[in-house]
Design a binder for this molecule. Structure first.
Ligand SMILES: NC(=O)CC[C@H](N)C(=O)O
Length: 316
């Protein structure tokens, strides 16, 4: 009874915090460079917590669905390392934060070697996606879907084809990056660059709710094990590596500040999705599409900071 009461109190406090943070949605704006994303309602703020006893509780607009966008980079990284091996992946992609924006071409072109600095920027993510197992575009997409369904426990999960097509049509920066990387021999995708962009845009368009998001990150926070069966979905060292990238590069050039102010390994996407991992604790999934100037969810970042302060969730 006491535990139940405690949990109810906890739920109430989180609910209040979410509603308090909603005011920050007015300070951001929805991404428009992927045309389909501009339909999102900027006032939305949802959150879900996947807790240790295997239940998921959602708050605010937590039932809404949205696309992963760059949050998918953590999923793709785990999968590419599982499929192609750590050595192969990090032969092509570095491990260092950039301090620059996620889409930067200039940095890549100006470096001595065109090896992308890390897997969380677009150049690195395109390279990582090329190393997901599968001989054809369809096989790679299938591989991704199988993995994401395992991570979320949601067999119906798929990508939003309108968002994927919208990004594929307008992906000029990513197209430029991918061809540059191919020219430099970093990407040697046997499926070709256009099919690779097709896989990448479908990966970014994987569509889900905050609870799905929270379950994914819960698994990364629990050494890669399924919350129900304990089965190893992601090898523990891979889960640890992914979380470390979340701390150093997950929020792009806001990663340092978030590490100090929240101390929660997190990854964001331009849809306004954020996942946060509290080791041995909750998986946090957030959705709020109004973004700050760094491309991170304005209210989502505030919510993470506030949850961390209130419940003392910093890993440091
Ligand atoms: N930061 C992001 O979420 C970027 C993802 C988006 N699909 C892109 O490649 O531009």
């Amino acid at each position: 009874m006491a535990v139940k009461e405690e949990f109810r109190q906890f739920e109430m406090e989180v609910g209040e915090i979410v509603e308090e943070m909603r005011s920050f949605t007015h300070e951001g704006s929805v991404a428009t460079y992927i045309p389909e994303l501009r339909h999102a309602d900027p006032g939305t703020l949802g959150c879900a917590l996947y807790t240790k006893n295997g239940t998921c509780v959602s708050f605010g607009d937590g039932e809404e669905t949205f696309t992963l966008q760059s949050v998918s980079k953590v999923v793709a990284l785990a999968l590419a390392v599982m499929d192609s091996g750590e050595d192969q992946v990090f032969d092509k992609v570095g491990m260092e934060p950039t301090g620059g924006p996620f889409y930067s071409i200039a940095r890549l072109a100006l470096m001595n070697s065109s090896k992308p600095l890390n897997p969380m920027i677009n150049a690195g993510a395109l390279t990582v996606t090329s190393m997901i197992g599968g001989r054809t575009e369809a096989e790679k997409v299938e591989r991704l879907l199988r993995f994401i369904r395992e991570l979320t426990g949601n067999d119906a999960l798929t990508y939003d084809s309108a968002v994927a097509a919208s990004e594929f049509r307008t992906a000029d920066y990513n197209r430029a990056l991918a061809y540059l990387l191919k020219g430099e021999g970093v990407i040697d995708s046997d499926i070709g660059i256009e099919p690779l962009l097709d896989v990448y845009t479908k990966q970014c368009a994987l569509s889900m709710s905050c609870c799905d998001l929270a379950r994914i990150v819960f698994i990364f926070g629990h050494e890669g094990r399924s919350p129900e069966t304990g089965e190893q979905i992601v090898p523990a060292p891979v889960a640890r590596m992914v979380k470390t990238f979340m701390v150093t590069c997950g929020m792009y050039n806001e990663s340092g500040e978030l590490a100090i102010r929240a101390g929660i390994p997190a990854k964001s996407g331009v849809s306004g999705a954020i996942l946060g991992s509290v080791p041995d604790g909750m998986g946090i999934g957030i959705y709020s599409p109004a973004l700050n100037e760094k491309g991170n969810s304005r209210a989502g970042v505030e919510l993470l900071k506030r949850l961390s302060r209130h419940f003392q969730l910093s890993i440091f």
